[in-house]
Design a protein around this ligand. Structure first.
Ligand code: GRG
Length: 296
């Protein structure tokens, strides 16, 4: 399979689905819907929904049925980016190649757009569960998995820990703990949800969850490396090792070479998790390898 074609076909399907889940609004909430759509439909790699669909594929599940859950994951991810970009957090002016939500609209609208996307995600999840009453217990577990990964025991808790760690020297254990929550939890939940909805056995779900945990760590290590030497560094962001040292990142605590080795070792281990799934896990296999060579 050709990963580039696979990713672009999946991205097209996901973009079409997102357009349906969040149509243009009218009435008093129109401005906030406009801001939600501005950020949600702005592009992005759609990595979380793609992982969710690929995990369902790995267990021979019905990919189409998984789409609403995949869309909900992207809505939650987009909300986190909108809020992360706010002046009170990372204070970024650009995201996905255009002005951030609060720059395009205003801070209050951006806060509401994030809130709107988070709650809309759970509305989409509830509708999906309603449409599949025979699988109520599976949907229940999916909603619980996603809520936990997004909330204070996952992404929100990780963001808090990251903010508290700013400017403080961190150990490798602390960096790993922050990233497992901040970015790893939602990525892992994406894979796990796909495996659950695809009808995987308990053993399949566990193996794919382990793959998802490794994927989350590799994603974060390579994201940190891109900040040091990738496109974001080339785009003139305040990065490079001096900026990185003040943040809780892998290159800061272990050095660039060791971080690259760690990422490579984790990819090898993630591929072992996928062994039982044979050819069906080829997209997940290639996605893990892709992290090592991505430029954005
Ligand atoms: C505000 C609750 C709250 C959480 C924010 C995930 C997160 C926590 C912040 C994102 C900030 C950031 C840039 C983290 C680095 C890793 C990351 C999540 C990058 C962006 O994800 P991609 O690369 O983005 O999947 P696209 O645009 O492709 O979707």
């Amino acid at each position: 399979m050709d990963l580039k074609t696979y990713l672009s076909e999946r991205k097209t399907l996901i973009d079409q689905a997102l357009e349906c889940y969040l149509p243009p609004g009218n009435g008093p909430g129109q401005r906030v819907v406009e801001a939600m759509r501005y950020s949600l439909l702005a592009g992005g790699k759609r990595l979380r929904p793609i992982l969710c669909l690929a995990a369902a594929e790995a267990v021979a599940g019905n990919v189409e049925q998984v789409m609403p859950v995949a869309g909900a994951l992207e809505m939650i991810h987009t909300y986190s980016l909108i809020h992360d970009d706010l002046p009170a957090m990372d204070d970024d002016d650009f995201r996905r190649g255009r002005p951030t939500c609060h720059k395009k609209f205003d801070e209050a609208t951006a806060i509401l757009a994030g809130d709107g996307l988070l709650t809309a995600a759970f509305e989409v999840l509830a509708a999906a569960a309603t449409n599949h009453p025979a699988q109520a217990s599976v949907y229940h577990e999916v909603v619980q998995t996603i809520a936990r990964a997004a909330g204070y025991q996952g992404m929100v808790g990780g963001q808090m820990a990251d903010l508290l760690a700013e400017g403080q020297p961190s150990t490798l254990e602390q960096v790993e703990a922050i990233h497992r929550l901040k970015t790893g939890a939602l990525l892992t939940a994406s894979v796990r949800s796909g495996a659950l909805l695809g009808g995987g056995s308990a053993r399949d779900i566990l193996a794919l969850t382990h793959y998802g945990e490794k994927f989350g760590l590799i994603f974060q290590i390579t994201d940190d490396l891109l900040d040091v030497e990738g496109e974001s560094a080339e785009m003139g962001k305040p990065t490079g090792m001096d900026a990185i040292r003040q943040k809780a990142t892998y290159p800061a605590v272990m050095g660039v070479a060791a971080a690259k080795n760690q990422a490579r070792d984790l990819v090898a281990a993630a591929l072992v998790d996928l062994q039982p799934f044979g050819e069906r896990a080829e997209p997940l296999r290639q996605l893990a390898r892709y992290l090592l060579v991505r430029r954005q």
